[in-house]
Design a protein around this ligand. Structure first.
Ligand code: BES
Ligand code: MN
Ligand code: ZN
Length: 512
């Protein structure tokens, strides 16, 4: 969809539909601003007949619209060029955060699509009672509308849904045009990152193999002007990446290590940030085979990779003054005569040995090599993101990512960023006792903690063994929020794109 900012008056705005946000006072819609903006009490088209001079306010009240959050009401209106208002309920101003703006934008976008509107204008100034600056409003509106209407990448040959609107116009109040434009630009960057991630997650695992993920990443990097390097099996062997090679050896699709570099600053003091994402294109469990129920959802086991790639796309578009390296280890975890098996001992790139006790704990094996690789560049901040454990889903459910690591500073920044993007994170403990549990009988480490208690924490403790203590590091376990089998108002069923906006915003905060 095309997005622009304009300063035309309501009556002159050339659009098919004008979206007008309405707040609630008490249980009632506060229609004062709308009636005023629409130029006094205009006559409705329907009102031309027997109902005579019914004013806008009584028509709207008569339709039962009370501006409850997410409610929509299309109103034909003769006083404006557009012909239609779409009223969207905001609820009470005190309860409206940026996520409510995204949700309302999503509801409005869907209604506009249903009405087959091609050109849609939004009276963003009417959102002022929520108390956000114009840039935040534009950013959030864009995010909500685009994320709700984005095609889900289904491979159906017939199109079922009507086409989304072709263009959106944000109508600027006096003096707000440049702030709206700036917010829109950020929204476009963040949304593009989120949708790039979602599309990757939604692709089926026969089409999104490790090599295909590398090819798609190369394409994205070329479009965004980023450097991209893909290491294949011979190079992984040279680096002695026993974890990534081990997990990949049971698949007919060989593993890869994908590296993307964004150079946003030449200043010596500009922070360097490494983002590592788990890219298991399908997780069958391997020889420790998973049960078949919902195994299809394991195509989403590369959502961490998708999220960090979406993040760097957004970071590049926002031109943040930092240097970012994205490292994605990618492999398919399959059972096979050649697959790794319980009791195998792998030698990792760092030189540490690992006893594989469960081949379904594969994410940590590939991340170990990638964390070591990313750590070689001595980044100021090292963040990894992975659909790592079912235990984290049990602990925190579907709406929070678990966060573990060694840096209170980084954790606080992620908490702040997640509050803003509404990709929420919740801290979980990581202490020496957990690290103790990961020591092996036959090798330095074992890949499961023994027993099911604290599975998210022992997984993080395993990763910690491959991170330099002195590097600020956090691990995000996104097994819960990465995939939604039902979807919601803002996100269709499937990959959610979780983490792309969160990490882009985190990097923006780190950039200062
Ligand atoms: N990819 C899974 C984790 C997962 C579970 C992601 C549910 C999304 C939804 C991971 O590789 C895995 O299988 N973890 C095991 C670890 C166990 C063997 C220690 C798990 O969580 O059961
Ligand atoms: Mn697994
Ligand atoms: Zn997995």
């Amino acid at each position: 969809m095309q997005w622009t900012v304009a300063q035309t008056s309501l009556s002159d705005t050339k659009a098919d539909l004008i979206v007008y946000p309405v707040f609630q006072t008490g249980e009632e819609a506060d229609l004062g601003p709308l009636v005023k903006a629409a130029g006094g009490p205009p006559k409705s088209r329907r009102g031309k007949g027997a109902s005579g001079h019914a004013d806008l306010g009584s028509i709207i009240r008569g339709a039962g619209f009370n501006a409850a959050g997410g409610a929509t009401l299309p109103v034909p209106c003769s006083g404006v060029k557009a012909g239609w208002f779409l009223l969207v309920g905001m609820g009470k101003a005190a309860d409206v955060g940026l996520q409510e703006i995204r949700k309302v934008a999503a509801a409005a976008a869907k209604q506009a699509r249903t009405m087959q509107a091609v050109k849609v204008a939004v009276v963003t100034g009417a959102l002022a009672p929520a108390g956000f600056d114009a840039a935040a409003v534009a950013r959030s509106w864009h995010e909500g509308a685009e994320m709700a209407l984005s095609p889900t990448g289904e491979l159906k040959t017939s199109k079922e849904k009507p086409a989304p609107p072709r263009s959106w116009i944000l109508l600027a109040a006096a003096g707000e045009a440049s702030a709206l434009r700036a917010g829109l630009k950020e929204g476009q960057a963040l949304t593009a990152g989120c949708l790039f991630a979602r599309d990757l997650v939604n692709l089926p695992p026969n089409l999104l193999t490790p090599a295909a993920l590398a090819t798609r990443t190369r394409g994205m990097a070329r479009r965004e002007g980023l450097r991209c390097k893909v290491l294949g099996v011979p190079e992984l062997k040279k680096l002695k990446m026993g974890g990534l090679l081990g997990v990949g050896q049971g698949s007919v699709y060989p593993p890869r290590l994908i590296v993307v570099d964004y150079k946003g600053s030449r200043a010596a003091k500009a922070p360097t940030i490494a983002l590592v994402g788990k890219g298991v294109t399908f997780d069958s469990g391997g020889i420790s085979l998973k049960p078949s129920a919902a195994m299809d959802e394991m195509k989403s086991d590369m959502a961490g990779a998708a999220g960090v790639l979406g993040a760097v796309l957004a970071i590049a578009r926002m031109k943040l003054p930092v240097n970012v390296q994205v490292v994605v280890p990618t492999a398919e975890n399959m059972p096979d005569g050649n697959a790794i098996k319980p009791a195998d001992v792998l030698t990792m790139a760092s030189g540490k040995t690992v006893e594989v006790l469960n081949t379904d704990a594969e994410g940590r094996l590939i991340l170990a090599d990638a964390l070591w690789y990313a750590g070689r560049g001595k980044p100021d901040y090292l963040l990894d993101m992975a659909t790592l454990t079912g235990a984290c889903v049990v602990a925190l459910g579907k709406h929070f990512a678990g966060i573990m690591g060694n840096s209170a500073e980084l954790t606080d920044i992620l908490k702040q960023a997640g509050g803003e993007t509404f990709e929420r994170v919740w801290p979980l403990p990581l202490v020496d006792e957990h690290k103790e549990q990961m020591k092996g009988t036959w090798a330095d480490l074992q890949n499961i903690g023994g027993g099911r208690e604290g599975g998210a924490l022992t997984a993080a403790a395993f990763l910690a063994a491959f991170v330099d203590d002195k590097t600020a590091w956090t691990h995000l376990d996104i097994a819960g929020p990465a995939y939604s089998s039902k979807g919601d108002g803002i996100c269709p069923a499937g990959g959610t794109g979780f983490g792309a906006r969160l990490l882009a915003r985190t990097v923006q905060l780190l950039a200062g």
